[in-house]
Design a protein around this ligand. Structure first.
Ligand SMILES: [Zn+2]
Length: 321
């Protein structure tokens, strides 16, 4: 299993924090969102640690996948493919006390004296499993049962349940350490093989191919425009702006760090914060590059295509610069 990548949203928030002036009024909002996303990321990596114990010959693990069911997109934290069933894992990384209310389909979180209400994760995973079935139908995969777990990652979180539980949901709330034993005991319950290994392999590559990670418009989300951002090339060592240009490299006036490709980070920031298409003028303004020639050279190296004539040409950036 590959190491989990940071989500696009997490990268966008990090990049935005890097380019928002320290005194900007929206900075604390962005910082708060970044902290929440970082906690979520940590929770998921804790889960990944235990998922690694699932032998890869029998199981295939796919993380953080976003698919289109024909009507809308849906996102699954973790999907385990087995010959017997598909398992949806929803990761909850909350501190404090969690109360799952089976009677009214709600989730309460009590933390630092505050009580908050969240949507029922079981309704969520049940809808996801319906969407997953629709998705599999689109590609004519043979039928296979689905099952789901809600994994509570923080070992200090207190778990309580409330209300009648005829569908056995209580047993589907587990800790990361229980993942392996829970999956193993499930395979003995679903004792028929629906998919063989070649089918699992085909499905796995189809999942990867159809995955469309979410890249929302982050500036709009915080009611910001490109004007709010600090321009120039950021020092990758001390994170200050700007790095000054020398003949064939840039140097940080604060810490003395030298780099030959520091401008790439600026291009990556533009891609994460503004969009995937950029013109020569836009790049020069954003990264404070003096000559059109230098900007063109960098853009050509990092684009997959371009459109328009020389003057108003738009470069379509490579997915991973
Ligand atoms: Zn520096």
């Amino acid at each position: 299993m590959e190491k989990r990548m940071e989500t696009t949203q997490h990268k966008q928030l990090a990049s935005l924090l890097g380019r928002l002036p320290l005194v900007h009024s929206k900075r604390s909002d962005v910082q708060e969102q970044y902290a929440i996303r970082s906690a979520g990321h940590f929770g998921e990596t804790t889960t990944d640690h235990f998922l690694q114990y699932l032998h890869s010959e029998e199981y295939h693990v796919i993380q953080d996948i976003r698919l289109f069911d024909g009507i809308q997109h849906f996102q699954i934290d973790c999907l385990v493919l087995t010959p017997f069933f598909l398992l949806i894992i929803e990761v909850k990384n909350f501190r404090g006390k969690l109360i799952f209310d089976f009677e009214h389909h709600q989730l309460f979180r009590i933390f630092e004296g505050k009580k908050e209400t969240f949507p029922d994760p079981f309704l969520q995973v049940e809808h996801q499993s319906y969407q997953l079935k629709m998705w599999l139908d689109q590609f004519n995969f043979p039928e296979i049962p689905t099952h789901s777990f809600v994994v509570v990652t923080n070992p200090k979180t207190v778990i309580k349940t409330y209300g009648p539980d005829p569908e056995g949901r209580r047993k589907r709330i587990i800790r990361p350490k229980q993942i392996l034993s829970s999956v193993t005991s499930l395979t003995s319950i679903f004792n028929r093989e629906y998919w063989d290994f070649p089918q699992i392999k085909t499905a796995a590559s189809r999942f990867e191919k159809e995955n469309t990670p979410y890249r929302g418009r982050i500036l709009e989300k915080f009611n910001l425009t490109i004007e709010d951002l600090v321009k120039g090339v950021q020092c990758q060592k001390c994170k200050r702006f700007p790095m000054e240009r020398r003949r064939d490299h840039r140097v940080c006036g604060w810490c003395g760090f030298k780099s030959k490709n520091a401008h790439l980070a600026a291009l990556r920031d533009f891609q994460l914060l503004v969009g995937n298409e950029i013109s020569n003028v836009e790049f020069r303004e954003f990264a404070e590059i003096k000559t059109e020639y230098t900007a063109r050279r960098i853009l050509l190296e990092n684009s997959q295509s371009f459109s328009g004539r020389t003057k108003d040409r738009k470069y379509k950036l490579k997915p991973d610069i």
